[in-house]
Design a protein around this ligand. Structure first.
Ligand SMILES: Cc1cc2nc3c(=O)[nH]c(=O)nc-3n(C[C@H](O)[C@H](O)[C@H](O)COP(=O)(O)OP(=O)(O)OC[C@H]3O[C@@H](n4cnc5c(N)ncnc54)[C@H](O)[C@@H]3O)c2cc1C
Length: 392
């Protein structure tokens, strides 16, 4: 099985995305000398480039386990080790602006974030166009096979991300490797993704492009953010966040969260004029309920009940837009299989960081932050491990 021509590294990272690059950038220089990153795409960090609408929402002032789905204790001990200010300090050559919901965006562009990371990797061997197809273990070494080469490594880091946005380079290699080494994987599902709708809500599709603040509720969850109507159904921050937790069943939208029902009464104005809603929305809503645009008091009781649906519109989404439009993948390698230093409990030298793990953040910089936090913790472990071994 052993291949004498395979190049050997102390550390080999599968995936040149946020977590893989951040890990390598935080390794001591002498360790970087024996580190390789294998990346499927011709370009490293394609998802970083696409993130935050090209401006990379890199972290959030309010990083907390409460903004994640996954094992609370595992998330707590991981995200507490990297503060939002640590991320900003790491990228100190760049300017970030704090925006709505305490999100930090790069004042320049995602490209500047990626370039800043790549600049810190001068000692590493970077292999673009190197899709990993297979991994094997021979005694204490991993043997990694790409389309055109073989590598050996003492430590193998899986930083291959989830299944979302195939165009940006996703693959299922990380889950396959986990299963090969007998680690349990929570079924990967699309998350931070829009909802498709059933027939009764097809009127949403006529509103493609309209965005409005809503209050979205289901079970114990409540999101007060914007919803965006699209030609496929409904999206926008409130929906994307809900998609992290929603599995099936009804959700309820208040389309006028900042408007009191009492204001409807004793007004001579037509609803489309009275309500603080885009006229296009009100007209489409009324038409979906077979109602004319009139002052509230001129509707009969049955019609009034229909109008009040604006404050509490319940429907069951048909599903979601799927992996192709999902910002992240929820599920993944179960964290009860993983030590606090991100090593597999079952396989020494095998590590998992970033989105491949069963840790999913809400919208707002939480996912990049977790990718960075997991990478930072692992870099500290590896730096310490190799500084000890080189002392002897
Ligand atoms: C459109 C979009 C916008 C986003 N915006 C934000 C945002 O603003 N803020 C935020 O916090 N999060 C955002 N996210 C989520 C965030 O980008 C990810 O959670 C984060 O990049 C995960 O980092 P990762 O290193 O685990 O995986 P990735 O960044 O996905 O990196 C994995 C890398 O592995 C490579 N790879 C996969 N399979 C193989 C293989 N077989 N061989 C070799 N290489 C392989 C991939 O090509 C990829 O480069 C966004 C996601 C999308 C899709």
């Amino acid at each position: 099985m052993s291949n004498p021509n395979a190049k050997t590294y102390k550390i080999l990272i599968i995936g040149g995305g946020a977590s893989g690059l951040f890990l390598a950038a935080n390794l001591d220089k002498n360790l970087q000398n024996s580190t390789a990153i294998l990346e499927k795409n011709a370009q490293f960090g394609k998802k970083i480039l696409a993130s935050g609408g090209g401006r990379c929402n890199i972290t959030n002032r309010h990083i907390s386990f409460k903004n994640y789905l996954g094992d609370v204790e595992f998330i707590k001990q991981s995200v507490s080790k990297l503060k939002f200010s640590d991320v900003l300090n790491f990228f100190s050559e760049l300017k970030f602006s704090e925006q709505k919901d305490s999100q930090f965006f790069c004042a320049d562009s995602s490209k500047a974030v990626l370039n800043s990371l790549l600049k810190k990797l001068k000692e590493c061997d970077l292999y673009p166009n190197s899709e990993v197809l297979e991994v094997q273990k021979d005694k204490d070494e991993f043997i990694i096979t790409t389309q055109n080469a073989k590598f050996k490594a003492q430590n193998l880091i899986i930083a291959s991300g989830g299944l979302s946005y195939k165009a940006l380079g996703s693959s299922d290699i990380g889950y396959k490797i986990a299963q090969q080494f007998c680690l349990n994987v929570q079924k990967p599902l699309p998350a931070l993704v829009g909802f498709t709708v059933q027939k009764d809500e097809f009127w949403f599709k006529h509103l493609s492009g309209v965005s409005l603040p809503v209050c979205l509720k289901f079970n114990e969850f409540e999101f007060n953010q914007d919803a965006l109507f699209t030609h496929k159904g409904i999206s926008g921050p409130a929906i994307l966040n809900a998609s992290l937790f929603w599995q099936k069943g009804q959700i309820t939208l208040n389309f006028v969260p900042n408007f009191s029902i009492k204001k409807l009464e004793n007004s001579k104005k037509q609803l489309s004029t009275l309500l603080p809603l885009p006229k296009r929305f009100t007209k489409e809503f009324l038409s979906s309920q077979n109602l004319l645009d009139k002052p509230y008091d001129s509707y009969n009781q049955v019609e009034k009940a229909k109008v009040l649906k604006l404050f509490s519109y319940s429907f069951a989404p048909a599903g979601n837009f799927g992996f192709e439009r999902a910002e992240i993948t929820k599920g993944g390698v179960k964290t009860d299989e993983i030590l606090p230093n991100f090593q597999s409990k079952k396989e020494k030298g095998l590590f998992f960081i970033g989105e491949i793990l069963d840790v999913s953040g809400m919208l707002g910089g939480y996912n990049l932050h977790f990718a960075f936090a997991s990478a930072k913790i692992l870099s500290e472990f590896l730096n310490a491990k190799f500084s000890k071994t080189s002392a002897f």
